[in-house]
Structure formats: structure tokens, C-alpha cells
Ligand binder design. Structure first.
Ligand SMILES: [Zn+2]
Length: 310
């Protein structure tokens, strides 16, 4: 009997040990499965991101995806409902000319606004890249500056007839066919934007295309605002030029200025260019955004913001 008891005692721990080992192995397998599933899902997500925003997609669908991306940007401060947070839009002009610098800007995954020059290279491809990076796209329309003998391609000049302006503008818009373009701003244009009759023609075309106008304000005498109002076109104007000097300290100071204006008037619009130091400053600045009480938005958001205020 004693021997039998001993045998029974010896055998009892075995099922316990067995079930423990099984349990641990089971848990490890489950953990591995969850991990593999996450890795796989993320890989799939990355793949679909570049595919999901297509320039051939219907505008509504594309808008929804881009809007979602704007909200996804983790570099943004958390906003509580009802909280008024200063808004800021950063527009990068002259996109599509210097391919290397353009690509640098397009590597910034943020709700920036890319303004593509009408005579840039690989426009549609770059626009698609910009949309995938979460940028909004506007068209940078060349307009005649004061005192310049040779004009850039596509430039709208004050010597053109109304018909020539309409035809020129339509041709420029056609280069962006299929791209979700929300508005236009002027490249140069210190002479052209002073001309009321010529700006009237431009605003008329923008109105029929449901586009807003951002005045780059290359002259304090621009009449774009009055003519936009006359034609019922949403109008915005630049507050700060970021990079008149391609200098790190200068650009940082200008960005601070744009932040200050946003805090004072509720929003601000800064214009920069695809320059080496602009890229460097912006890249670092975007990282600091989550700790700031400022929200970076697409330019069209400010057009709506202003509309709702007025
Ligand atoms: Zn320009």
C-alpha cells in the first residue's frame, strides 16, 4: 500500500507540469500570431496609401482620403471640441521646377500646400506624390512683374487681350486636369495684380472653376482683393514670406513671425520655396508642432474659416 501511495504521489505533478508547459507554449504562439498579424497589416496599409489617392479618382473620394490624412498627422496638437486654436497654412511656391528640391518638400508628410508652377516638369506625377504626402495642391500662375524685359513661360501680361488671358489661363488649368486643385496664387505679378481690368478677367475664370485666389502680395498695390470680392471668389493673402534669404536663422525667425500672427489674428499664411534651408527648418519645425498650440492646415481650410467668419 505504501509503495502504491508513493507511486500515486510521484505521478500527480506530471499533468500539472504538462498543462503548464502547454499553456505557456499556447500563449507564446498567440503572441507570435498577433505580432505577425500587425506586421502584415501595417505592410498592407503602407502599400495601399500610395495607391489609394489616385489623380484619376473622383474628386469627392480623393477629398475624403486627403482630409482623413490631414487628421491622421500625428505631429498635430490635440484639439478639444470647442477649443479655438490658431491655424496656420504654409504654401510652398515654385514647385516642379527644381526636381531635387521639390522632392525634398514632398518628403514632408504634413498638411502643407504645394503650389506648382504651370511650366514645371512631371507635373501630374509630382502632384500625385504631393497628394500622397497629404499636401493640398494649388496652381502657381505666372503674372507679369514690374520692369522685367523677358517673361517666364505662360506669363499673363497686361498687354494681353481679355480673350488671350482667358485662353492662357484655361491652357494652364488644363495641365492639371484630373488633379484636385483648390485654388491659384500668383508667381511674380507686381504689375499684373495692380491692373483692375485684367484681374477682373482672371477672377471671372476662377469663379467658374470654383477656385480661390491667394494673393502672394508681390506689391502692396494689388487690387486682387477687390476684384475677387466683385466676382464672388474666395480671397486669401500672404502674411509672411519665409525665405527671402536661404538662411537657417532667417527662416526660423520668419516662421516664428507667422506663428505670432496666427496667435493674434486666429490664422496666418506663410509662403516658402523649395530651398535647402527652408526644407531643413520646416522638417524640424514640423516635429515641434505637437507641443505647440497651433494647427497646420491646408490653405483651403482657411478660405472656409474666413467664409464662416464673414
Ligand atoms: Zn513664384
Amino acid at each position: 500500500m505504501e509503495k502504491k501511495d508513493e507511486e500515486i504521489e510521484d505521478l500527480t505533478p506530471t499533468p500539472w507540469l504538462y498543462w503548464c508547459v502547454c499553456g505557456i507554449v499556447g500563449l507564446l504562439c498567440l503572441g507570435l500570431l498577433v505580432f505577425l498579424h500587425d506586421v502584415y497589416a501595417n505592410a498592407g496599409h503602407k502599400q495601399t496609401l500610395s495607391k489609394e489617392v489616385s489623380i484619376l479618382m473622383p474628386a469627392k473620394e480623393r477629398d475624403a482620403i486627403i482630409e482623413k490624412k490631414e487628421q491622421d498627422v500625428s505631429a498635430q496638437p490635440a484639439v478639444k471640441t470647442g477649443e479655438k486654436i490658431p491655424l496656420m497654412a504654409i504654401v510652398i511656391d515654385d514647385m516642379g521646377i527644381n526636381q531635387k528640391r521639390t522632392k525634398e518638400i514632398l518628403s514632408l508628410q504634413a498638411p502643407l500646400t504645394s503650389s506648382f508652377l504651370t511650366y514645371g516638369k512631371n507635373l501630374k506625377e509630382l502632384c500625385m506624390e504631393a497628394q500622397n504626402a497629404g499636401h493640398e495642391i494649388i496652381i502657381h500662375v505666372p503674372m507679369e512683374p514690374e520692369g522685367q524685359a523677358s517673361l517666364a513661360p505662360d506669363t499673363l501680361s497686361v498687354s494681353m487681350t481679355d480673350e488671350e488671358i482667358v485662353a492662357g489661363l484655361k491652357q494652364m488649368l488644363q495641365k492639371f486636369e484630373g488633379v484636385n486643385v483648390k485654388g491659384v496664387n500668383n508667381h511674380m505679378g507686381s504689375l499684373f495684380t495692380m491692373s483692375a481690368p485684367k484681374m477682373d478677367v482672371v477672377m471671372n475664370v476662377l469663379k467658374s472653376n470654383n477656385m480661390f485666389f491667394l494673393d502672394s502680395k508681390t506689391t502692396p498695390y494689388s487690387v486682387a482683393g477687390q476684384l475677387a470680392e466683385k466676382n464672388g471668389v474666395r480671397y486669401l493673402k500672404r502674411d509672411v514670406f519665409l525665405d527671402n534669404q536661404n538662411d537657417y536663422a532667417y527662416i526660423s525667425k520668419q516662421l516664428k513671425e507667422a506663428e505670432k500672427i496666427a496667435q493674434l489674428q486666429g490664422y496666418s499664411i506663410a509662403i516658402g520655396h523649395p530651398k535647402s534651408q527652408t526644407f531643413r527648418v520646416l522638417k524640424e519645425w514640423l516635429e515641434t508642432l505637437k507641443n505647440k498650440k497651433i494647427r497646420l492646415v491646408h490653405l483651403s481650410k482657411l478660405a472656409l474659416h474666413k467664409d464662416s467668419k464673414e
